[in-house]
Design a protein around this ligand. Structure first.
Ligand SMILES: [Zn+2]
Length: 286
């Protein structure tokens, strides 16, 4: 991906190495609401209950100043993230304006180890997530190593896809889709809740594809192999692949994000068509 020298977003909040306030707890939201909020934001196929548990039981890590010293503000990874975020801002500002709406740019919080969000406290283990309650994307840069070594998805565009997917959840929130899904889920069976979650996640994949389409049109950001990197990443984090890796077998009913094939299909669709209409995962089956 071509990114060096491009504009960097001012919306990166660098909290790496910052201690978490002691006694921090899952605040504000409770019960189902929190579960629903959490499930929307999760990028990986982790049961929301796990995240809640993480949120509730986690002790703030002891901070050793040496180990957690704030990395140089100009490090390469941070710059890359800031450029990708800026590219999403350009694309979504324009796309919203085109349909007579105003895009409100999200913040992206970089953290290390654990972080407190309006959706609760989260550890790095949950992977990158978006919190609809504070309109922020949360990212521990170590996840990119995990993406590479554990999920076998390497390359800068694989990382850009992850960011674009989370920003996709922000777009869904601004459009009121997240809220509608949360409301529907609150009166659905477990299996229907999961189906709604899958449709939400696939739509975020499609919106990531739509972003890639527009960003490439604006600035030729794509290099040879980039789309393959994105597709490979989308496939690697499919529920079937994750279930197989973590539990050795696949339970389609337990899917919350969609299979590898579905995630690839929707990312591709968004990329090829490049518009909102292409990403209506909710009515696709009808
Ligand atoms: Zn997601």
């Amino acid at each position: 991906m071509r990114w060096r020298g491009e504009r960097q977003s001012d919306n990166v909040e660098d909290r790496r190495g910052m201690p978490i306030s002691r006694g921090a707890k899952v605040g504000g939201i409770s019960g189902l609401g929190l579960v629903a909020l959490v499930v929307v934001g999760l990028y990986l196929g982790i049961d929301p209950a796990t995240m809640l548990q993480i949120g509730q039981n986690m002790q703030p890590p002891s901070v050793s100043t040496e180990q957690n010293a704030r990395p140089a503000a100009n490090d390469d990874m941070r710059n890359f993230v800031a450029v990708v975020l800026a590219e999403t801002e350009d694309v979504w500002n324009a796309a919203f304006a085109k349909s007579g709406k105003t895009y409100e740019e999200p913040k992206l919080v970089l953290f290390s180890g654990a972080v407190e969000s309006a959706c609760g406290m989260a550890g790095s283990a949950v992977g990158p997530f978006y919190c609809p309650a504070d309109h922020k994307v949360y990212l521990d840069l170590d996840f990119f190593e995990e993406l590479h070594y554990q999920f076998g998805a390497s390359g800068d565009f694989a990382q850009a896809y992850v960011i674009a997917h989370e920003v996709g959840h922000h777009v869904q929130t601004l459009l009121g889709i997240t809220q509608k899904v949360t409301e529907l889920q609150s009166r659905s069976s477990r299996s229907d809740r999961n189906k709604l979650s899958v449709m939400t996640e696939l739509q975020a994949d499609c919106l990531a594809g739509m972003w890639a389409h527009q960003a490439d049109k604006n600035r030729n950001i794509l290099e040879a192999g980039d789309i393959e990197e994105g597709l490979n990443a989308a496939s690697a984090v499919g529920d079937d692949r994750i279930q197989k890796r973590t539990q050795g077998y696949v339970v389609p009913d337990g899917f919350t994000h969609g299979s590898a094939a579905q995630r690839v299909m929707w990312f591709k669709r968004g990329f090829e068509q490049g518009n909102f209409q292409a990403c209506d995962t909710f009515n696709a089956g009808r």
